[in-house]
Write a protein that binds this ligand. Sequence first.
Ligand SMILES: Nc1ncnc2c1ncn2[C@@H]1O[C@H](COP(=O)(O)OP(=O)(O)O)[C@@H](O)[C@H]1O
Ligand SMILES: O=C(O)C1=C[C@@H](OP(=O)(O)O)[C@@H](O)[C@H](O)C1
Ligand SMILES: [Mg+2]
Length: 174
Amino acid sequence: MKRIFLIGYMGSGKTTLGKAYARENELAFIDLDWYIEERMHQSISDLFAKQGEAGFRELERKMLHEAGEFEDTVIACGGGTPCFFDNMEYMNAAGDTVFLDVHPDVLFRRLKVAKAKRPLLANKTDEELMDTIISTLKRRLPFYEQAHFRFNGEKLENREQISESVRRLKELLS
Ligand SMILES: Nc1ncnc2c1ncn2[C@@H]1O[C@H](COP(=O)(O)OP(=O)(O)O)[C@@H](O)[C@H]1O
Ligand SMILES: O=C(O)C1=C[C@@H](OP(=O)(O)O)[C@@H](O)[C@H](O)C1
Ligand SMILES: [Mg+2]
């Protein structure tokens, strides 16, 4: 039985790598944000707007426990998932955990064009975005660093890089 949890900051590549890794290795794939959106029939942005971050985190915890029941599955978490409640301990006990480590400059470049659907970043100027990345990453690192494995997620910009990252991740987990 295999269960792999991918964690890391927004834009670190959890969704991209998780989906590609699962496909290559004949595992099921669950993106926790997508799972929540389907279960609740609402977007992550709407859930944040209606329930506030605290409400979202409660829901996210519940959905993590649902998704964590599946076997032979890759689960791409949200960036905040490991940083609330005992979620990190839960994941470490339920499967392999991998921290996708990406430099803030790379996160900035990726998130600058992909911030709209992320309620914690959506309305920020470039300067605010960079400040947010640096300050929240610092707060979150102690959680991310509890993962069993650390993986450099900087090379995910095209199909070749994604395949190469899938291969490297397989090697790391074997
Ligand atoms: N098909 C793709 N082609 C090129 N770059 C991509 C592609 N998919 C994702 N990326 C890059 O990887 C980044 C990580 O995105 P994502 O997987 O959504 O991260 P996370 O789920 O950790 O927030 C994207 O912002 C983008 O820069
Ligand atoms: O870092 C965070 O707190 C969040 C990350 C998002 O997921 P991604 O990391 O896949 O963007 C999503 O769960 C929500 O917008 C909150
Ligand atoms: Mg994602």
